[in-house]
Ligand binder design. Structure first.
Ligand code: H2U
Ligand code: ZN
Length: 351
């Protein structure tokens, strides 16, 4: 059966990065919705908010005061989930591997993208986004060279719906002693794939997606954005570097500009889809900094947006998804074509 035929019936798709399955039920897109409806977020943020913890010159919740910064600002999270100064300890209470715990050292940083309280990545200048990427590159280099750090996670929560505490454009960087679950899983998959096929998993995948075209959202010389074949979230995007680059530290200036360009285009398309500031969690997956060479690792980013069919109806990962397997109705091909049809000029910037 060809994909267009499989897309008419319930089927499941394999995610080679996590080695998990997603159930796709395309016939279900017409089902009625009488459940929770979110408030559409209104974008009336001022350029500067005297009560914002992240605006230039303001006092933060932890007592520190932000400098009057004019570009980006990096600081150690005042309520960091990780601390560097933890002596190592491991327990196996009872000795039967049922109550295992161990200490975890690390650090958490916050990066403000801009002094402007009202700008999101979608509305920033490409050059200013490139400055943010330069900060990511530097932070990954600095944190990666600390002897007790094995992995650096750069991520952004955007929008109240994703639990973002503050509309001021910012992301977080958590660096820790061990490799967390998601990148660990992807690492095992990439290594196993390289061994079996003698090729990089994401290099091969990007090549096939470029040929197939149906799941491409947008691309440039350096990056390819697709709704992945195995997407779980309705408008999920996987952003893959064109060349085999392992981490953010290794981006040269050409790739940095390419990444800035594609980040602006993806987030603009997202905002234009329902004409709102589109909520999502996004983050980069990259090679660990644990001293191993990691030749199989391919730098990429995941965008996980919660919205389903409008600005106010979100997807809930509950019930069957919590207990059995993730499931989606709208096919990744349809979601990609909807995103492809949206403009790359932000609706707020149109004259
Ligand atoms: P979100 O990206 O989920 O909005 O989180 C913002 C982070 O900023 C959060 O981890 C930190 C919070 O601890 N923060 C500070 O470090 N200082 C502040 O004054 C406010 C928020
Ligand atoms: Zn602010």
């Amino acid at each position: 059966m060809e994909l267009q035929d499989i897309n008419k019936v319930p089927h499941r798709r394999f995610n080679p990065l996590t080695r998990e399955w997603v159930l796709v039920s395309p016939h279900r897109t017409q089902r009625p919705w009488q459940g929770q409806v979110e408030r559409a977020a209104v974008s009336s943020a001022p350029k500067y908010d005297p009560n914002c913890y992240l605006c230039p010159g303001n006092a933060r919740a932890g007592g520190a005061r932000n400098p009057p910064y004019s570009s980006t600002l990096v600081f150690t999270n005042d309520f960091a989930a990780l601390r560097p100064d933890i002596p190592h300890a491991r327990n196996d209470e009872g000795g039967r591997e049922l109550f295992i715990s161990e200490t975890e050292a690390g650090t958490c940083r916050v990066v403000c993208f801009s002094p402007r309280h009202d700008l999101t990545l979608s509305r920033m200048k490409v050059d200013d986004i490139a400055t943010v990427i330069d900060v990511w590159r530097r932070e990954c280099e600095e944190l990666g060279s600390l002897p007790y750090i094995s992995y650096v996670q750069v991520f952004e929560n955007r929008g109240e719906m994703m639990g973002c505490s503050n509309p001021h454009p910012h992301c977080q960087i958590w660096a820790n002693q061990t490799i967390p679950n998601e990148p660990r899983q992807e690492q095992d998959s990439q290594t196993a794939h390289a061994k079996k096929h003698d090729a990089c998993l994401l290099c091969s995948y990007a090549e096939l997606e470029r040929k197939a075209e149906v799941r491409i959202v947008c691309e440039n010389h350096f990056f390819l954005a697709v709704v992945p074949f195995w997407a779980v979230w309705p408008f999920e995007i996987l952003l893959i570097s064109e060349g085999h680059v392992r981490d953010l530290r290794s981006l040269d200036d050409g790739m940095r500009m390419g990444l800035a360009d594609i980040l602006k285009r993806i987030t603009t398309r997202y905002d234009n889809l329902f004409q709102i500031s589109f909520p999502y969690s996004m983050g980069f997956h990259q090679a660990p900094v644990d001293g191993e060479p990691h030749p199989d690792w391919h730098l990429h980013a995941h965008f996980y947006p919660p919205l389903l069919r409008s600005a106010t109806v979100r997807k809930f990962m509950v019930g069957y998804e919590m207990l059995a397997s993730p499931q989606r109705d709208i096919t990744p091909e349809l979601a990609a074509s909807r995103l492809r049809q949206t403009s790359e000029v932000h609706y707020l910037d149109r004259t």
